[in-house]
Design a protein around this ligand. Structure first.
Ligand SMILES: Cc1cc2nc3c(=O)[nH]c(=O)nc-3n(C[C@H](O)[C@H](O)[C@H](O)COP(=O)(O)OP(=O)(O)OC[C@H]3O[C@@H](n4cnc5c(N)ncnc54)[C@H](O)[C@@H]3O)c2cc1C
Length: 462
């Protein structure tokens, strides 16, 4: 064998798996057809959140006088934003390359295909290299899903990848799909000056999230001037004179300079040779055990290809578990606590069960809620939109979920993730001294509200 472990793909599942396996002493190679870091670093989390940072600064600058600061005519110099984004990607990519070098991981450039359970053939510019490894970890990720109705052209009809490489904010942007990616781009490009229209098939934006959270985001988007069409979809799209004309199911016609199609992701399971090894797939995702092993012993899968959550932090975690199991450990992954973060303005985040999901499972709940408008830190920051809520079991007080929308929601959520994992109760949160004034106090108050005794709002008796 050439290597103990060959990893196919270097997104957060693949590069993390490669590093962890090398730490455990394995001889590792990682195969990549594009750039180190995968979707997350090159076309996903990192570039989008770089755009978000600029959007937030711009929004604050527009409101600067409220804070006693005078800034004349703030605007986004788009080329500088792109330069900054590209520099950040480059810096983080180099960081991974350095780690690979340090751990002696061989990066093999090219497109890999499994030939059998111990062999990957790698093609680059017509030449083929055959790699033999005792174990294989498939971490080939996902791509933007295309709509047959309007195939991507990179000019007017854009994927999430294209939209990150624009040279200016479009005058108007129609977004098909109001999920996390669609809403994040809506928020970003609204701040950068585009007129935004969102069309979503379901009856709420962020269809997988708590209804109250989603309605709060929707109301905020509308207040900022976005047009939102729910329970609707584009049934016909034409492009005339460099503009898109979309006709919705209800007959509405929307004209926009560009359209972003964000209707989901296609998993990279096809054309990587998994059929030749007999690896089982269900609903286009590779089936794995809790140890991340496929039905073929010695072949593991991690990240988006497993279809578990399509989030970078899940991919990262799965990469670690797959690597450790490849190296002889016996680690079973626990998916109960997977935070979901939405980097819109206002930010939103959730973990565990919503009230509705708990009800669907026959679990009774008590919910405590606290608005940012009653948090002194949020008032000081001038960001009072939204709320934090905790979902708990009434008899035990055990926390089973939390949702938050408002300032710094994505950072705030981590506390509750740990508490759910450790089976903490609302009493535990209420009796932990939280620093003042901080946003984290919203959890203490929400926990106390669940018991009918919040201090800074009038709690209803539970
Ligand atoms: C716009 C956008 C924003 C996002 N924002 C967030 C966020 O804020 N937070 C979050 O948690 N998640 C976010 N995600 C999701 C996150 O990017 C993915 O869940 C994560 O990248 C999945 O990691 P992965 O390693 O499974 O796959 P990927 O990151 O997709 O990496 C797979 C790699 O495998 C390579 N590859 C595929 N096939 C082959 C082959 N045959 N041969 C060689 N190489 C191959 C690909 O080139 C790629 O580099 C976002 C995604 C998008 C699109």
């Amino acid at each position: 064998m050439d290597f103990d472990i060959a990893v196919l793909g270097t997104g957060p599942a693949g590069y993390v798996a490669a590093i962890r396996a090398a730490q455990l002493g394995a001889g590792v190679c990682a195969i990549e057809r594009d750039f180190l870091g995968g979707t997350c670093l090159n076309r996903g989390c990192v570039p989008t959140k770089t755009f978000v940072e600029t959007a937030l600064i711009l929004e604050k600058a527009r409101r600067a006088e409220e804070y006693g600061v005078v800034i004349d005519n703030p605007y986004c110099a788009f080329a500088k934003l792109q330069d900054r984004k590209n520099a950040i990607i480059e810096k983080l990519r180099n960081g991974i390359a350095q780690l690979f070098k340090h751990y002696g991981i061989e990066l093999i450039e090219g497109s890999g295909t499994l030939a059998d359970k111990n062999t990957i053939t790698v093609e680059k510019n017509g030449s083929i290299r055959e790699i033999k490894a005792s174990k294989i970890i498939i971490a080939s990720g996902s791509e933007p899903m295309e709509l047959k109705l309007i195939p991507f052209d990179g000019k007017n009809v854009l994927s999430s990848t294209h939209v990150l490489d624009l040279d200016k904010a479009p005058e108007s942007l129609l977004i098909i799909g109001g999920g996390v990616i669609g809403c994040e781009f809506a928020s970003i490009f609204h701040s950068l000056g585009s007129k935004i229209t969102i069309v979503e098939m379901m009856n709420q934006l962020l269809p997988n999230e708590d209804i109250r959270l989603s309605r709060t985001l929707q109301a905020s988007f509308k207040r900022r001037g976005m047009d939102i069409y729910l329970k609707n979809t584009a049934k016909e799209v034409t492009i005339k004179e460099n503009h898109v004309f979309a006709t919705f199911n209800d007959g509405t016609v929307v004209e926009s300079e560009k359209v972003l199609v964000s209707v989901g992701r296609s998993l990279n399971c096809a054309s990587i040779g998994i059929e030749s090894c007999g690896i089982k797939v269900e609903k286009d995702a590779i089936i794995t055990s809790g140890r991340l092993e496929t039905n073929v012993p010695g072949v593991y899968a991690a990240g988006d290809v497993t279809g578990v959550s399509l989030l970078a932090h899940t991919a990262h975690h799965q990469g670690i578990f797959a690597a450790e199991n490849c190296c002889g450990m016996n680690r079973v992954i626990d998916y109960r606590v997977i935070p979901s973060c939405i980097y819109t303005l206002p930010e939103a985040a959730s973990v565990g069960l919503t009230e509705a999901a708990a009800k669907g499972k026959g679990i009774s709940t008590v919910v405590g809620r606290f608005p940012f408008a009653a948090s002194s830190k949020a008032v000081i920051a001038g960001e009072t939109e939204g709320f934090a809520q905790i979902v708990a079991e009434p008899e035990t007080g055990r926390i089973i979920g939390a949702q938050v929308i408002g300032i710094d929601a994505t950072n705030l959520l981590s506390e509750i993730g740990v508490l759910i994992a450790k089976q903490a109760t609302i009493e535990d949160v209420a009796h932990t001294i939280h620093p003042h004034p901080t946003l984290s106090e919203v959890w203490m108050e929400a926990a106390m509200d669940a018991m009918g005794r919040a201090i800074h709002i009038i709690s209803r008796k539970k």
